[in-house]
Design a protein around this ligand. Sequence first.
Ligand code: MG
Length: 172
Amino acid sequence: MDKRVYELLNDQINKELYSAYLYLSFADYFEEEGLSGFANWYEIQAQEERDHALIFRNYLHDNGCKVKLLAIDQPDKEPQSFLDPLEMSLEHEKYVTSLINDIYAAAAEVKDYRTMKFLDWFIEEQMEEEDTADEMITRMKLFGGDAKALYDLDQEYAARAYSMPSPLAAEE
Ligand code: MG
């Protein structure tokens, strides 16, 4: 595998684990604020991010590349309102999209069609992540000011259940 493509893929393991850490910190924020449904939503989100890290890890293993785990940064965002974590999530997912695009571009440059195909799932996933984050912002802006509506929203997010991302499930 091309050295730069390899390094970007290996780095992405770390970025996805950081995402998990960041979303866990948002789950903590909502837990402390008494919105345990939102906390549940972010706990599951964190689990999915760890899964993303594993998908990159497995891909490197499947291609005979050595995985090098790096130190995970401390989450650096401190929400001050219910809207904050949601807006920070959208901003973060846009950043992750740019990282996936960078890997794709590096793979395209060296005609690494296998890695491009592997990344297709993440390209679609990022569209969903941004769409979901955007929707949560809209709903919080619409309903966050009303206690009963916020309670209902929290109940809805409490119902989110974990399901393993398909590339990881396929490996089982
Ligand atoms: Mg991710």
